[in-house]
Design a protein around this ligand. Structure first.
Ligand code: MRU
Length: 401
């Protein structure tokens, strides 16, 4: 039976609002999934930049599309250029800025560079400014469509490696949400499931931001694929019991020697896979390969906010079902929203939303002011990777270059 892709989400798309006629980059706010499926509309470069920094848009291939769309939305809504030269200067600055939003996933600067290069080629070919601007928007939209094609090809290539009835394990979210559509590691799952090659998926929680628990389990449920959530610390146990036939992970940057940066915890999985002789597959588009880097020691690793580790976030909507509670929340949010701070450092922002009140809370779980080390990615050495699967085929990682 094929995976049910009818409810599989697109992470990012371009649209023009029919009321105000303004174009924007639309994306699902992944910080609020799965409880809320808010769609964000970003009409400025800064809007997309904030979405990327806050992880509302995340996952390497989705970041590549996001970078190109950020530059296109800047050109469409914010450009002050009167001449082609001025426009290209603005585009260069926008590309530099969006590339710096996050350091590890090479797709971000790849997407920015593709859009920047396209703009320059248009002008060099003598295309007029207004036509070049429209062409840039079309180009960014096409990148989203191309990303889906790439992921489907990765899916077909990866499925060929799996045995019928496999139990696979994955970390973080390398699914439709991490790409424009379909996914890389989960793209392999979707394709292989249709071929009868997937029995069950183990989804690692992926501390500290829980993209596995929040996003991967949700996606797999949307697609009707049997799966179970496990904490990161349980991976060894399920492997030891013979319950994992293959490990499928995505990538944020692959060096020319095959060393691969991916979500923190990936390296531990590769070490375990090696110990238990389980194939360890990296599934990623060619755009995740950074041929300028010789090995993984050169990959910049993003360090994130210590608060991701020293507490947990909670988000939701309160819908009071009695008058007294409604009145209390109305009083609290008389100005529209209220930021609350509690002892021990807990924080909560309450806002009126629809007929209720949305809340964004952070609850401290550690003593205050402790030292924290919170890298978002680690590097798996090439010798622990069985194969790298791209849209172009299946590669021995040490022969990638
Ligand atoms: O911090 P994130 O959520 O952007 O990290 C994402 C990952 O590590 C993914 O595994 C990687 O980008 C590949 S996504 C197809």
């Amino acid at each position: 039976m094929a995976a049910d892709l009818t409810n599989l989400p697109h992470s990012i798309w371009w649209d023009k609002d029919s009321d105000d006629g303004i174009s924007g980059v639309y994306l699902i706010d992944q910080t609020r999934l799965p409880l809320q499926g808010d769609v964000l509309r970003c009409c400025t470069l800064e809007g997309v930049e904030i979405a990327i920094k806050s992880l509302a848009l995340r996952g390497a291939p989705a970041l590549g599309v996001g970078a190109a769309m950020a530059i296109a939305v800047f050109s469409e809504n914010e450009s002050l250029a009167n001449t082609a030269d001025e426009w290209l200067q603005e585009i260069d600055a926008a590309a530099t800025r969006i590339s710096a939003a996050r350091p590890t996933a090479v797709n971000l600067s790849w997407g920015a560079e593709k859009a920047r290069d396209f703009a320059h080629r248009q002008i060099s070919a003598g295309v007029g400014l207004s036509k070049a601007k429209q062409a840039l928007v079309d180009f960014a939209k096409q990148m989203a469509a191309d990303d889906e094609k790439t992921n489907r090809a990765i899916g077909v290539n990866g499925a060929a490696l799996l045995m019928p009835g496999s139990n696979v394990l994955t970390i973080c979210n390398a699914g439709s949400l991490a790409t424009a559509y379909f996914g890389t590691a989960l793209g392999v799952v979707y394709e292989a499931y249709g071929q009868g090659k997937i029995d069950h998926v183990w989804a690692l929680e992926t501390r500290p931001v829980n993209q596995g628990a929040r996003l991967t389990t949700w996606e797999l449920k949307c697609a009707g694929i049997p799966s179970a959530l496990i904490a990161d610390s349980m991976a060894a146990s399920v492997m030891a019991q013979g319950w994992v036939d293959a490990i499928l992970v995505g990538a944020d940057r692959i060096c020319s020697n095959g060393d691969t940066a991916n979500k923190i915890g990936t390296l531990a999985l590769a070490v375990l896979a090696n110990h238990y002789a389980i194939p360890f597959y990296v599934c990623a588009p060619d755009s995740s390969i950074d041929r300028s880097l010789i090995d993984g020691s050169q990959i910049p690793i993003e360090q994130r906010d210590p608060r991701e580790l020293t507490g947990f976030t909670a988000t939701g909507v309160i819908l009071p079902d009695d008058e007294a509670t409604s009145t209390a929340f109305d009083t609290l949010t008389a100005q529209g929203s209220k930021a609350l701070k509690f002892k021990a450092g807990h924080e909560m922002l309450i806002e009126r939303k629809g007929g209720g009140y949305s809340f964004d809370a952070w609850f401290a779980t550690t003593p205050p002011n402790i030292e924290v080390y919170n890298p978002a990615f680690d590097v798996t050495p090439t010798k622990l990777i069985t194969s790298i699967i791209t849209e172009n085929g299946i590669f021995n990682p040490s022969k990638l270059g």
